[in-house]
Write a protein that binds this ligand. Structure first.
Ligand SMILES: Cc1cc2nc3c(=O)[nH]c(=O)nc-3n(C[C@H](O)[C@H](O)[C@H](O)COP(=O)(O)O)c2cc1C
Length: 269
């Protein structure tokens, strides 16, 4: 039986919620989980920042990902929300990084299923205007200020990378390696995540601030129409990047940390 056609918002709801009589309440409850992704006390401790790692201050502002060690780049990466439209490198450099990602980031069974759509300047603004338009319809008036400000924060950035997965290579692999058929969709998500992390880290190494968002599937159809993106491709994430506002890193919250000993186990060293 064909799957019923659901609105993008309804598709975000838990199964069964679409038949609920209090659909709007459910939608809003669900919408909240993807609207303002606010750092809560469970994920962060206080605002007391002991970020000892070097920041891209004047002395390191000219560091590029060609020169930064991988370890430093990994340590430097954070979620940065206070962004502006001042790019620390030119668009050619962004393109070069995106090309390296597409060419050299590994994929499951070498599926090469990831598709990147890089939106800069006006095109970036357009994307967040699309998201804002859609959310405006669903978010109650009295909650709009917070959501609107959040979206404006992303729009204040310089660019957004849209991460898609193309189902075609995945389908081929499912046919060729039937014994793993049920695993390929998961591995496709892993492949996307590899690209996301590489680009996040590389762009921060260039002096951009970045944050990762998940407003899909809300903007999927309009984005597809706007940038001629095949509707079959599945949007998995959006990486927002831009110049860092002065003090943006000083205000980063200290992350709560589960002890490393509870998460890392080394045998045989
Ligand atoms: C897989 C993944 C999904 C995430 N999704 C979101 C998101 O939807 N919105 C957001 O603002 N941050 C998102 N984040 C950022 C995390 O909250 C953040 O990376 C985490 O709290 C650690 O903080 P740090 O990035 O400053 O190290 C995501 C991060 C990861 C790795």
């Amino acid at each position: 039986m064909a799957a019923p056609l659901l609105s993008p918002l309804a598709r975000l709801l838990p199964r069964g919620a679409v038949n609920s009589s209090s659909l709007f309440a459910q939608q809003y409850k669900s919408a909240r989980s993807f609207l303002p992704f606010v750092s809560t006390s469970s994920s962060y401790q206080s605002n007391n920042n002991n970020n000892t790692l070097r920041t891209f201050t004047s002395s390191t502002a000219n560091m590029t990902h060609d020169k930064t060690s991988f370890k430093d780049a990994v340590k430097h990466r954070r979620t940065v929300y206070q962004l502006n439209k001042k790019a620390p490198v030119d668009d050619k450099k962004i393109e070069e990084i995106a090309r390296v990602a597409i060419k050299d980031v590994p994929s499951s069974f070498n599926s090469q299923s990831t598709r990147l759509v890089v939106l800069l300047k006006d095109e970036h603004d357009k994307f967040w205007d699309i998201v804002k338009d859609i959310l405006k319809v669903h978010v109650p008036e009295d909650k709009w200020e917070h959501t609107g400000q959040r979206i404006q924060g992303f729009r204040n950035g310089y660019g957004t990378i849209l991460f898609y997965e193309d189902p075609e290579p995945i389908k081929k692999l499912q046919t060729s390696f039937a014994q793993y058929a049920d695993k390929f969709p998961t591995w496709s998500e892993h492949t996307s995540a590899m690209h996301q992390y590489m680009l996040w880290t590389a762009l921060e190494s260039e002096g951009f601030g970045c944050n990762l968002q998940h407003y899909n599937p809300l903007p999927d159809q309009r984005a597809a129409a706007e940038w001629k993106i095949p509707l079959e491709w599945s949007l998995t994430a959006q990486l927002v990047f831009g110049g860092e506002e002065p003090g943006a890193r000083e205000n980063l919250p200290t992350k709560s940390e589960v002890p490393i000993e509870e998460r890392l186990f080394i045998h045989g060293a």
